[in-house]
Design a protein around this ligand. Sequence first.
Ligand SMILES: Nc1nc2c(ncn2[C@@H]2O[C@H](COP(=O)(O)OP(=O)(O)OP(=O)(O)O)[C@@H](O)[C@H]2O)c(=O)[nH]1
Ligand SMILES: [Mg+2]
Length: 583
Amino acid sequence: MAPKPLPISSSSSPLSTSLFPFRHHLVVNPNPSLLKFPPPKPTFFVTICKFGMESQFQTRRQEPNPSSSQMQSYPDTEPEPHGSGAAAPTRGERFLERHQSLSASTMLLPESKKNKKKKKKDKDKVSKVSSVLPSCYGCGAPLQTSETDAPGYVDPDTYELKKKHRQLRTVLCGRCRLLSHGHMITAVGGNGGYSGGEQFISAEELREKLSHLRNEKALIIKLVDIADFNGSFVARVRDLTGANPIILVVTKVDLLPKGTDLNCVGDWVVEATMKKKLNVLSVHLTSSKSLVGIAGVVSEIQKEKKGRDVYILGSANVGKSAFINALLRMLSYKDPVAAAARKYKPIQSAVPGTTLGPIQIDAFLGGGKLYDTPGVHLHHRQAAVVHAEDLPSLAPQSQLRGQTLPSISNPVGSNGLNGFSIFWGGLVRIDVIKVLPETCLTFYGPKALKLHIVATEEADEFYRKEVGGLLIPPSGKQKANDWMGLETRRELQIQHEDVNWPACDVAISGLGWISVEPFNKSLSTADKVVEKIGEQLVLAVHVPKPVEIFVRSPIPVGKAGAGWYEFRELTEKEEGLRPKWYF
Ligand SMILES: Nc1nc2c(ncn2[C@@H]2O[C@H](COP(=O)(O)OP(=O)(O)OP(=O)(O)O)[C@@H](O)[C@H]2O)c(=O)[nH]1
Ligand SMILES: [Mg+2]
């Protein structure tokens, strides 16, 4: 029986006040003599041990005034568990500080003599007021005053002024300022591609940086981009998260073609996730642009958070920072802490590598922090090989529209696509070796990539001549000269069994997918169809060397997808184990 989708209606909005319990932050005063002092202003007391070693710090915050109106409207319903109050930094906070202390100390300007003297004087004081090493709130890169073009740069005067007023948490670095004005800049001054940036983070590095998560109680939100589902699905995520619960959030569903039924896509996503053997609490189809599905995620977070930190994980450019902005926006209707956090929210941009360090956000009145994390750069995505200037052209900006071949403007002979090669920009070539005369290929991906069809015997010569010209990206002849070409060739043998379904999707990591439809209804008759069931189709797909090709079951998009998609019969056991999807 088909599982019933559970769309979140506004009437079942999760944002009722009762879901935002205020919780006491119990402060243990380790030094009773401090009690003799007049009541302190809200402060942090931080002692950071030597650079390179794990930082030890204690934080002490002034108790919120019990008579405040905030306190009244959010009664204390759930006491803080022992040892996790404000006085004890969470592992997440330690992770943040460790990350920042490793990279920031060397980048700040050498201290002036005057400052050194002042520091010595301050040493004698009972308390030393400091904060965790500061980073840019937009990208998480440690603040620095020495390298103008590098992430985290702030001019020295601003740095000193903000430091003096203890406002370093409100500083946006130079790179983020440009990004927020629509400039496209990769992480570190642009050699292009992932390899150019020292600050890009590989899956292995992120695993190491977040290794504490395995031993911590955290809630994980794993993001996957629907336009690049297989390419953006970070593998072995359990190594990173241990047994912590995972909510799967599928982003950018607003990009799916017109007429798409999200119930069908939800079921398809659950099937694909089960195949990857990833156990998740629930699946959410979302758009940070239209806010579809965001309320459902808020509801799930409130239900499952239980005072824990919440980590947003995923590969580069899946929309983590945009999702956090949407989440804060939704939370802020009821949660003043989230509303305040919106003032200093993470920066999002079309180029991968926007977020460079973990960003801690105070987003929940009930305790626990929200963490934006740097995206994992997967070597098998197209973005890993194109020049930095071409990166924006890989990101679809508006609703996808499939381009089908053959078409009226690209007619072929009576033998259909057989013997033809199709170029998708300069990044993909498909040689059609054996298909039915009625076979169609539909390409879903960024508009910037155009389709060109030539006879296979002319394809090598055509590519040599046209790459960087007609076939872009790579754009520009100069860049095309450094281009390594389409070195990987994979021959796909495709079996088709159901006349009503496309045979499969061929997904190109970091780009999009091609739906292989063996029988175009307008070109075939019912008799012919029955005769040809079971015949094999053969395609050869060429891509740049590291780029991965996935053959997957076809995603049901557009009106047609809703027509042919069938919900699988489930056993009772399967129904119990399967996560539900929401949008
Ligand atoms: N259409 C659409 N675009 C989105 C959505 N979410 C994010 N984007 C776009 O995707 C691009 C990447 O978004 P970011 O939020 O910067 O992605 P990220 O995962 O934080 O990227 P890194 O920080 O580089 O790891 C931006 O151009 C966003 O505008 C969405 O729901 N719909
Ligand atoms: Mg980001």
